[in-house]
Design a binder for this molecule. Structure first.
Ligand SMILES: C[S@@+](CC[C@H](N)C(=O)[O-])C[C@H]1O[C@@H](n2cnc3c(N)ncnc32)[C@H](O)[C@@H]1O
Length: 188
């Protein structure tokens, strides 16, 4: 069975501010006309929703492993069809990403690295944390940014993952913004 997430996450900024900090960083860094991959939409879909309304013309491709969160997206899209121009969410396991189906991104958010992957993903040969992150770094433009969330309870896993990629000179740390650690892609 797919290791899906049998829960739904509404916006809880005090507990988990990463998506709000991400939106604030996009604004502060003046990210515009960009293609963005976003790991973990929540049922609030705030990254896709705000981006569709803020005039940035950023396009967001979000992934959720929660059927309820995906249902929430389907309902939002039916109610607000204009949302669909810039925000696509899909249901699936991020550890099954296929690079052939991914465009080149300007920004990738990986706030939940290490939080959900278990032996259940191994049962169907899912990617490891590092391999999944490598796939997304391969699909990141030169100079593009990948962001991790230092408030994650699994941040030690993220640190190991970005540590490997820094060692391999794929990424270099570029900035911190509130709870976010921001890395730049070094190689094409
Ligand atoms: C705790 S919620 C956080 C949502 C949102 N980023 C926020 O901070 O409000 C974790 C998110 O990760 C997603 N998720 C969990 N496991 C996943 C997986 N294997 N592949 C893709 N998304 C996954 C869930 O569907 C959910 O949207």
């Amino acid at each position: 069975m797919l290791h899906f997430w049998d829960q739904s996450w509404d916006l809880r900024v005090a507990e988990c501010p990463c998506d709000v900090h991400f939106l604030e960083w996009l604004e502060e860094a003046k990210v515009r006309d960009a293609s963005i991959f976003h790991f973990g939409t929540g049922s609030h879909h705030i990254v896709g929703l705000k981006t569709a309304e803020d005039g940035s013309n950023n396009a967001v491709f979000g992934i959720t492993a929660s059927p309820a969160e995906y249902d929430a997206y389907v309902k939002m899209l039916i109610d607000k069809p204009r949302l669909g121009h810039t925000y696509k969410a899909y249901f699936g396991d991020i550890y099954q990403l296929d690079r052939r189906l991914l465009p080149m991104f300007d920004v990738v958010s990986l706030f939940h690295v290490g939080e959900f992957r278990t032996a259940k993903n191994d049962e169907y040969g899912a990617l490891t944390e590092l391999d999944m992150t490598r796939v997304l770094c391969d699909r990141l433009k030169l100079g593009g940014h990948v962001l991790f969330y230092s408030g994650s309870y699994a941040f030690d896993v993220a640190e190991r993952v970005f540590g490997e990629l820094v060692k391999a000179k794929v990424l270099a740390e570029a900035a911190t913004f509130k709870t976010l650690r921001i890395f730049k892609k070094l190689t094409a």
